[in-house]
Design a protein around this ligand. Structure first.
Ligand code: ME8
Length: 522
């Protein structure tokens, strides 16, 4: 048992929550819940990134001062996540006074180490990326940012530089000593070759606008928005008890989209090393996941509106969306969000597989066992085989969660559910009851134990459905406790013989494809 600290990017307030930002946030929440189940002490951080030129301009367009503008949009994010069953320990805003104070200290520390110097910068800047671009990165004609496809701006101004070049070799050494730091592997190689090709010093302040944290001792400058933003991961913990989540024995995992991997895998550890953090105080993992498309198309504003995660959660329940995103997309790879696939998977995995298992088993218990948990008696090879299989799938699921592979964890979990359905068919309790009713009790008790294990194993992905399932089994909701590992390792011991069951109808209603599509787009 240990400490697990997981973060999402802090999202720009130039947009409201959408499927892409919901995706990272849901994965973070599910991983955190898994670690809670294993008894770890956990902390999850999300929030909003509010400074910089992009936001200053957008506020102006909206006719608001930047603070009023960011207050408004930040609130949209804060309100959205609980509707997706996401529970964060802190929702940080880069305008929070404790964050601003912490970043100012970080600046001073790095300056005292001699890693900041004043000079003049002249280059291209993409406001969309909040990042400088080199000439050769631009698309011609028109000097376009390769990501935003919009013209970059020529910037010439006095700036503080961070001596990033000095950290090139230490970073490469760090990556070599910490092979898990950048994941997945393919992305790691990209970053390493980028660093190997040479790092230039980084401009970390601006003078041509004012919406940012003032540079200590030179308030003509505001800090570069990424210097400010990356620091949120550490500033959020402060210097009290929560700082233990940054201690060498805690596991720190940053989840990011592939668009912002370089900032996290290069700048962030360089800032920390420069500020005197030891190698073991650098985060353990920066995981860059892929990008989602919608029905095969890049996420444009109109498409995003059609697939609003909050709308889907309101119609189908947050757990259904969570399950689909976690299960359908191999974490790390690009993936497509497809309405029809969502419904298909919903009907197949949730309705026909897990939902059906629950109603079948509870129906049989009502009919054959007076609606009570039967006694687990002697096993035949069929039960032995099923128990062994369950142990195996649960071990695979546990390992997959630990390896940041939610899709594989759920695949194994649902393989157990399928195996339980097969076991029902093979054991045929409706027939065995005529010849050996005691053994029928064992068969149904085995199945109830499988359902109890499943109800815990789905909790990271589907907390509400887990509660509903457990209520039908006569079990209390999952309530993780630090130091207590309750992620099931094998079947048995969850239910008490004689306790009443409480069937209350289908766990998942099934939807017809077209009908639901209409519901989703309403
Ligand atoms: O980059 N598919 O904020 P941002 C999957 N403020 N994930 C997506 C996505 C998509 N189509 N679109 C967005 C910033 N995301 C900075 C971060 S952190 C110190 C500062 C997710 O609002 C994904 O996690 O542009 C991506 O990295 C993030 O949103 C970008 O959010």
């Amino acid at each position: 048992m240990g400490r697990f600290y997981v973060t999402t990017p802090i999202y720009y307030v130039n947009d409201v929550p959408h499927l892409g930002t919901a995706y990272t946030t849901i994965v973070a929440d599910a991983l955190r819940r898994f670690h809670q189940l294993t008894g770890d002490e956990t902390f999850m951080l999300t929030g909003t990134d509010e400074h910089g030129l992009k936001i200053e301009r957008q506020a102006k367009e909206a006719g608001l001062d930047p603070k009023a503008f960011t207050d408004k949009i930040s609130e949209r994010f804060r309100e959205a996540w609980p509707k997706l069953e996401v529970v964060a320990d802190r929702f940080i805003r880069t305008t929070d006074p404790d964050h601003e104070a912490w970043v100012a200290e970080l600046w001073k520390t790095i300056e005292a180490k001699g890693d900041l110097y004043l000079d003049t910068y002249e280059d291209w800047y993409c406001v969309g990326c909040e990042s400088f671009k080199t000439e050769k990165e631009l698309e011609q004609p028109g000097n376009l940012c390769p990501i935003h496809k919009k013209p970059v701006e020529r910037v010439k101004e006095e700036t503080y530089f961070f001596k990033l070049s000095k950290w090139e070799k230490p970073l490469l050494d760090f990556y070599a000593r910490h092979p898990d730091f950048i994941q997945p592997e393919s992305r790691k190689n990209e970053v390493i070759s980028f660093v190997q090709s040479g790092l230039k010093d980084l401009s970390v302040s601006r003078t041509s606008f004012s919406w940012g944290i003032p540079v200590p001792g030179n308030p003509k400058h505001v800090m570069y928005v990424w210097f400010d933003a990356l620091a949120n991961y550490r500033s959020a913990l402060g210097d009290g008890d929560k700082a233990n989540f940054w201690a060498p024995n805690a596991k720190v995992v940053h989840l990011v989209g592939k668009d912002i991997l370089r900032f996290h895998a290069i700048f962030w550890p360089a800032f920390l090393l420069s500020a005197g953090y030891k190698e073991e105080e650098i985060p353990d993992v920066v995981f860059a996941h892929g990008f989602l498309t919608i029905d095969g198309h890049k996420m444009s504003k109109s498409l995003r509106n059609a697939v609003d995660p909050l709308k889907i959660a309101a119609e189908l329940g947050p757990d259904v969306l969570r399950y689909h995103l976690l299960r359908a997309i191999a974490f790390g790879q690009d993936g497509d969000f497809d309405h029809a696939a969502l419904i298909e998977r919903y009907n197949a995995d949730l309705g026909k597989n897990l939902g059906n298992l629950l109603s079948r088993v509870l129906g049989l218990c009502t009919k054959l066992m007076e609606g009570k948990v039967p006694t687990l008696g002697k096993f035949t090879p069929l039960e032995d085989e099923f128990f062994a299989l369950a142990k195996n799938e649960l071990a695979t699921a546990r390992q997959a969660w630990l390896d940041l592979e939610p899709h594989r964890a759920l695949e194994a979990t649902f393989a157990l559910s399928s195996a339980a359905n097969t076991y029902v068919d093979r054991a045929a309790p409706w027939a065995s009851v005529k010849t050996d009713p005691a053994h029928t009790g064992t068969q149904l008790a085995v199945l109830l134990e499988a359902l109890a294990a499943l109800s815990a194993a789905i909790w990271p992905a589907m907390p509400k459905k887990s509660d509903a399932m457990r209520a039908q089994l006569g079990l209390p909701p999952i309530a993780p406790a630090e130091g207590k590992d309750v992620f099931p390792s094998e079947l048995g011991g969850a239910l008490q013989a004689g306790k009443p069951l409480a069937p209350s109808g289908a766990l998942f209603q099934t939807f017809d494809k077209d009908g639901t599509k209409a519901v989703l787009e309403r």
